[in-house]
Write a protein that binds this ligand. Structure first.
Ligand code: PLP
Length: 423
């Protein structure tokens, strides 16, 4: 057997026996996995359904149309492009469609929870555009909307980006959009983290307010790795760009051509098929129950940690995730060491900076936790209480291999009750 399959088997065992708390991960269904591993990987299909540069696309055309139709139905969107290979690709395409090199953009500060593609100096976004940032207030650790407004008014960005990778509170999309629009900016929401909660209607939707919405498909949406760009309502591009026939191009046309041929070649039709399957699952009533439980589990886990003396950034969570600020309970413990100790106990988390962190992004003073993956395995509130207890035990004993081994054994035993792979 190829070494790769041996490694895949070992990864499967790891996923099966550990508690997965990485907020951006999830476990897809057997059908999503089947579609992603299907013969569609063999097909070249540059272009869009019915407008391809290759023959033999009749079936992948239907697959891609299904994916587009389903995601539009989920969010009540008018337009969707399901081809971006990832969340970063989706954002890249939006910037390419909307911005010129050097244009001003305002996004959430990375130190306060924003994503790399929202202007990190080493990311294409920060390299190509003039990014400014808004952040959270020191007192509440929630977005400082007054400061945001001031920045929009001062900077006059061409585009405002809302959305985050590590922010546990509801974002006031309505307010942010109004300020952006009042100041001549377009308003984009990258809802990668919360997309599944929005789809299920358990979190406010950005669609009524955002000009453009991007998402990944593999986090709370529980689909394959990938990205999507959507518009609640299409509109003529505000810069008057015209088609060869002299008509003003719609924004959807600019976005589509930014994806292909702008930044990508052939779409991953096997992944698009897996997206379509996942979107079909989201349209089932069970998904709403799942999303509700994700939220409930996160709230219970956050409270259980608070009860054990941990500090949760902003005091709690409204969504699937939370940031634990380790400084109050363990002043000398870095996120890096905490992550390592928890991973040794088979509790998978990631280190994360907390707002106004005194440590670097490599050390950090926090860890980020999320409940989408563990909830897919059937976890309810009782397991959250156990997890909080185990996290405390490990973090109080980061140098004690015996205690860590005891927790690991307990984790492995516990996860047998939540089987993951029937396949
Ligand atoms: N946007 C946000 C808010 C994210 O959190 C992430 C990934 O974590 C992305 C975009 C990028 O997604 P990908 O890793 O698929 O490129």
């Amino acid at each position: 057997m190829d070494k790769v399959f041996e490694l895949i088997q070992r990864e499967k065992n790891r996923q099966n026996s550990t508690i997965e708390l990485i907020a951006s991960e999830n476990f897809v269904s057997e059908n999503v996995l089947k579609a992603a591993g299907s013969c569609l990987t063999n097909k070249y299909a540059e272009g869009y359904p019915a407008k391809r540069y290759y023959g033999g696309c009749q079936f992948v055309d239907e697959v891609e149309e299904l994916a587009r139709k389903r995601i539009c139905e989920i969010y009540g969107a008018e337009h969707a492009n399901v081809q971006p290979h990832s969340g970063a690709q989706a954002n890249t395409a939006v910037y390419l469609a909307l911005l010129q090199h050097g244009d001003k953009v305002l996004g959430m500060s990375l130190a306060d929870g924003g994503h790399l593609t929202h202007g990190h100096p080493l990311n294409f976004s920060g390299i190509n555009y003039e990014f400014y940032s808004y952040g959270v207030s020191k007192e509440t650790e929630t977005i400082d909307y007054e400061e945001y407004k001031k920045k929009v008014e001062e900077i006059k960005p061409k585009l405002v980006v809302a959305g985050a990778s590590a922010y546990s509170r509801i974002i006031d999309f309505e307010f942010m959009a109004k300020v952006a629009h009042d100041n001549g900016a377009l308003f984009m929401v990258d809802m990668a983290h919360i997309a599944g909660l929005v789809a299920a209607g358990v979190h406010p939707s950005p669609f009524p307010y955002a000009d453009i919405v991007t998402t990944t498909t593999h986090k709370t949406l529980r689909g394959p790795r990938g990205g999507v760009i959507m518009m609640g309502k299409d509109f003529p591009n505000p810069w008057g760009k015209k088609t060869p026939k002299g008509e003003i191009k719609m924004m959807s046309q600019l976005l589509d051509s930014a994806v292909f041929p702008g930044i990508q070649g052939g779409p991953l039709e096997h992944v698009i098929a897996a997206k379509a399957v996942a979107f079909g699952e989201i349209l089932q009533p069970e998904f709403k129950e799942y999303a509700k439980q994700v939220q409930k589990n996160a709230a219970v886990l956050a409270q259980a940690l608070i009860d054990r003396g941990f500090t949760i950034v902003s005091g709690g969570t409204d969504n699937h995730s939370m940031l634990v600020d380790l400084r109050s309970k363990y002043p000398d413990l870095t996120g890096k060491v905490a992550e390592k100790a928890l991973v040794s106990a088979d509790i998978t988390v990631n280190k994360n900076m907390v707002p106004f962190d005194s440590r670097s992004a490599f050390q950090t003073s926090g860890i980020r936790l999320g409940t989408p993956a563990i909830t897919t395995r059937g976890a309810k509130e009782d397991l959250m209480l156990e997890i909080a207890e185990m996290i405390e035990t490990v973090l109080s004993n980061v140098d004690n291999e015996e205690v860590i081994a005891q927790v690991r054994a307990r984790v492995n035993e516990t996860m047998k009750k939540y089987p993951l792979f029937a396949y």
